[in-house]
Design a protein around this ligand. Structure first.
Ligand code: MN
Ligand code: MN
Length: 472
């Protein structure tokens, strides 16, 4: 009785009514310490192995196949299966005791992370230094990408169709790349008075890839020649092969423990691979399932989920159709397969460089009157926001068709990064999971009452469309 009387009214009220937030570490049972550490160790290896959406899909398949998960399109029963969509998104299915009639539990996460993509004509030389031009993907604070070691990951499809997988900048012995900031001594007017959004324009996110001229002769572009020789020797790449490439610049280095107590993990791409990995492990490690489980690990979330490998498509419907088709009527599945395997040119115009307003265009990645058919790998604005983006594989198919058919063509972005933007019908076609890309002619003075096109471009577009219908 004595002690209860001593308790203040507030203390009593707190005990009865308050909710106290707990620290998870206080709740960790000693027997789970090792399991937690091991889970996080494996997560860090996953992050290191999966710095891009393509690498994530490859790594996931590498992990699940030995556990009995089979390619849904090739296996007899869907019990434990996966659907690999263009190597950039993946669905993993595991049947439950009570089958699909009982319902379905879904986990969905995304595998893409903000980064810098190489442009279609990326390589150039200035003051004997060789650079890659980039176009940022997703929302980034551009200054965070300066003055730090960077790596390049991705695929290049060569003229003969060979796919080269590229990772440079991760091994101890690899060189890295970087984007050099302006020295503070000369930044007063150029940077210091500007807002964070303005002080590093998208077009200045150019990655240094070399600086040693080839040979001794008095010729221009000797450093670029040296870099192309190196790339050709190692990967068989020629400059034209960058047209059919998905190359991503990401922070170099592995995920690391943070803090003396190692309580935290620092690394690139936690958003959203931390959730993707948890979803993967959950479906693999769950003991018995009453209802079936489906994990969807998607691409393109960081640019609005549009595009064939994004979530704003009928991917889910398509995967479920395949699962259901294993045991019944599959007319609808046939329709879905047909649409998913289709190829599409979204025929629409692009901007032609206006020489009096050249400053709104990146002249290395722009459309030109007289340049022929113009292809845009993506549209949208800012960090490719709101665009579908065609795969390197699909560009490689078109590249071969156009080249074999003597079509004059080029690739272009609408304008300089952050200068504006626009969209087309392409993203609505990619809703069905099909390959789609924008193709048209460059137009001068677009949306004016007196728009201008070139006759050589209209002709090449017509020839190119015919070649597409005949050969794709
Ligand atoms: Mn996210
Ligand atoms: Mn995000």
């Amino acid at each position: 009785m004595e002690t209860e009387k001593a308790k203040s009214k507030v203390a009593e009220s707190k005990e009865r009514l308050f909710h106290e937030r707990k620290n998870g570490w206080d709740c960790l049972k000693p027997e789970n310490e090792q399991v937690l550490q091991e889970y996080n160790r494996q997560y860090k290896s996953f992050l290191d192995a999966a710095k891009t959406e393509r690498e994530a899909v490859d790594e996931i398949i590498r992990q699940i196949e030995p556990l009995g998960y089979q390619n849904l399109l090739e296996c007899k029963s869907a019990d434990k299966s996966y659907f690999n969509h263009y190597g950039k998104s993946i669905a993993i299915y595991r049947d439950g005791k009570n089958g699909l009639e009982s319902g379905l539990n879904i986990l969905v996460a995304h595998l893409d992370s903000p980064r810098l993509d190489l442009k279609q004509y990326p390589i150039y030389e200035d003051t004997d230094i060789v650079f890659f031009k980039t176009h940022y993907y997703g929302g980034i604070k551009k200054y965070q990408w300066l003055s730090r070691p960077l790596a390049i990951h991705g695929v290049v499809i060569l003229t003969d169709g060979t796919k080269k997988e590229i990772v440079i900048g991760e091994a101890e012995s690899d060189p890295v790349f970087t984007i050099a900031d302006l020295l503070i001594h000369l930044s007063k007017k150029a940077q210091m008075g500007k807002t964070v959004a303005e002080f590093i324009p998208g077009e200045k996110l150019n990655v240094i890839i070399g600086a040693r001229p080839l040979g001794q002769e008095k010729e221009d572009q000797r450093s670029k020649a040296a870099i192309l020789e190196l790339l050709n020797e190692k990967f068989g790449i020629k400059e034209e092969d960058f047209l059919s490439a998905d190359l991503e610049v990401v922070p170099a280095g592995k995920a690391r423990d943070v803090g003396l107590d190692r309580a935290l993990i620092g690394g690139y791409g936690h958003d959203d691979r931390v959730c993707a990995y948890a979803s993967l492990r959950a479906i693999l490690d769950a003991e018995t399932l009453d209802k079936p489980a489906l994990v969807l690990l998607m691409d393109k979330e960081e640019i609005g989920s549009e595009g064939a490998t994004g979530s704003n498509t009928w991917f889910l419907e398509m995967v479920l159709g395949e699962i259901l088709a294993k045991s019944g009527n599959d007319q609808y599945t046939k329709l879905r397969r047909l649409l998913t395997k289709a190829s599409c040119l979204s025929a629409d115009v692009n901007a032609a460089v206006h020489p009096d307003w050249a400053e709104v265009h990146d002249k290395r990645n722009a459309g030109y009157l007289g340049g022929g058919l113009v292809i845009s790998k993506f549209t949208g604005s800012g960090g490719k926001g709101g665009s579908n983006e065609a795969n390197a594989e699909f560009v490689a198919v078109l590249r071969k068709i156009f080249t074999d058919s003597d079509i004059v063509w080029h690739m272009a972005e609408l304008g300089k990064i952050d200068e504006g933007g626009g969209g087309t019908i392409a993203k609505f076609m990619s809703y069905y999971g099909m390959n789609v890309i924008d193709a048209g002619v460059p137009v001068l003075d677009m949306h004016s009452p007196f728009e201008i096109v070139s006759k050589i471009d209209t002709w090449n577009m017509y020839q190119g469309f015919k070649a597409f219908l005949e050969k794709a």
